[in-house]
Design a protein around this ligand. Structure first.
Ligand SMILES: C[S@@+](CC[C@H](N)C(=O)[O-])C[C@H]1O[C@@H](n2cnc3c(N)ncnc32)[C@H](O)[C@@H]1O
Length: 429
């Protein structure tokens, strides 16, 4: 087999990262956007140790759930791996990928995985778009599949009407200011729950002297607030420029202030279901440790049933939001500490009957932190994950201490993409 070679294959199944698995004479072939049951002519694009990567040259016979992409930019845009897979089949595929990723990591789960579906359009409550300017004009959108090239998206189905209105306005403003458009690289959008207020954060090669021009970008863009990361690459500082610097979202009756620089769950339709699952997965009583606590979504959700809650979070702005959110709700027994989770946790003496919740970024918590968590002998561990392989690695690290999966749920927070969220509850058996 060689790069550039054309082959005819049938996709056996979908695997993580939007790939379809096919085989040629026993050799595994990972086909970008290959869907289960597809008969394809593919072109070998890379040969790595153990596997070969290929792209679709032609669909010879569509798999049973292939359908026309609802988005006209699906071919070139890398934002959605599953635009061409009907939605019920996406959910089946994601459940299988989650189960299989755990199995590959040595964590066997034969129980049910309830799957929470999302409306497929307008689900994003936050998004990062990229900007590029070339002779052909301004491009504002997402990157192409396995590429750094920005694909211009006049309309993205993931975005709400309010976000789309803001993007349209920014596009016109940037087109009028090519000098600035060459240096703005990222447009981060954050939308309030319900009210459709959009706060924008800009990033790029921008300095304090750009502030007046950046302010002018607001013209015609119905945004609620604007800020930017300014300064040299290694020493950027968020500067608030106009309007609001945060939005407010309500989840299960609690209000959250979310700064433009803080993390918040990205699917407006499923955030309540996710928070409810976390609430239901943690028994009442005892102290809750909420690791990677963001603006306090799970800490506040669990406050009512807990003797006390301590959140640990590395982003000082998010800790500020979380502290404000707990105080505004009159929750004096909910506190937050700013710092790296591993080092801060080591300074917190363990208590009896602790309940530990952790929601790390995609890279996962890591084996060392999982061992530190287990060494505290918590009553239960609830792990919210956005990456099945790192979830598998981290759950496997708990096994020697006797913690095993008790339940697993999947939340399709990112429909049409290959991403998924899961909630794993572990108890000591
Ligand atoms: C997936 S988010 C979860 C936030 C929160 N649980 C929520 O649901 O909104 C992960 C959070 O971990 C924080 N973080 C990432 N690495 C960290 C570390 N090593 N120590 C502390 N916080 C970290 C990020 O700033 C982010 O707020």
């Amino acid at each position: 087999m060689r790069t550039g070679e054309l082959l005819e294959v049938t996709v056996e199944k979908g695997i993580y990262r939007g790939l379809g698995l096919a085989r040629v004479e026993g050799q595994a072939l990972f086909v970008v956007r290959g869907l289960p049951g597809d008969r394809l002519r593919v072109r070998v694009s890379a040969i790595e140790r153990g596997f070969v990567r290929a792209t679709i040259d032609a669909v010879l016979e569509a798999g049973p759930h292939r359908r026309p992409a609802p988005c006209p930019y699906a071919d070139s845009c890398g934002g959605c791996a599953y635009q061409e897979l009907d939605y019920p089949a996406q959910l089946v595929l994601k459940e299988a990928v989650l189960r299989e990723s755990l199995g590959r990591g040595g964590v066997v789960w034969t129980g049910a995985i309830p799957v929470h579906a999302s409306p497929r359009e307008g689900w994003r409550s936050r998004a990062t778009l990229h900007v590029a300017l070339s002779g052909a004009g301004l491009r504002l959108g997402l990157r192409g599949e396995a590429s750094h090239r920005v694909v211009d998206l006049p309309r993205c189905l993931q975005l709400s009407e309010a976000m789309t209105g803001v993007v349209d306005g920014l596009r016109r403003s940037l087109e009028k200011r090519p000098g600035l458009a060459t240096r703005v690289q990222d447009v981060r959008l954050l939308e309030s729950g319900g009210a459709g207020r959009v706060v924008v954060g800009l990033d790029g090669e921008l300095g304090p002297a750009d502030a007046p021009q950046l302010l002018a970008l607001q013209e015609g863009a119905p945004l609620a607030g604007l800020g930017a990361r300014l300064g040299p690459p290694r020493n950027k500082r968020y500067v608030h420029l106009a309007g609001d610097d945060s939005v407010v979202s309500e989840v299960l009756g609690r209000r959250y202030r979310i700064h433009s620089e803080s993390f918040f769950q990205g699917n407006r339709f499923l955030v309540e279901a996710l928070a409810r699952s976390v609430r239901d997965g943690v028994a009442r009583g005892g102290r809750v440790l909420d690791l990677f606590s963001g603006v306090g979504l799970f800490a506040l959700t669990l406050a009512e049933g807990a003797d006390s809650v301590l959140g640990i979070e590395g982003n000082a702005q998010a800790v500020d939001d979380a502290t404000f959110n707990a105080a505004s709700a009159g929750l004096g027994h909910v506190r937050f500490r700013s710092g790296d989770v591993a080092t801060t946790l080591a300074t917190v003496p363990a208590e009896r009957a602790e309940r530990i919740v952790l929601d790390p970024p995609r890279s996962g918590a890591g084996v060392a932190l999982m061992r530190a968590v287990a060494a505290r002998s918590p009553e239960s561990i609830l792990y919210v994950s956005c990456d099945p392989p790192t979830l598998a690695r981290d759950l496997k690290a708990l096994e020697p201490s006797g913690y095993r999966l008790a339940s697993l749920e999947l939340f399709d927070l990112f429909p049409d993409t290959f991403h998924m969220e899961s909630v794993a509850v572990l108890r000591r058996f």
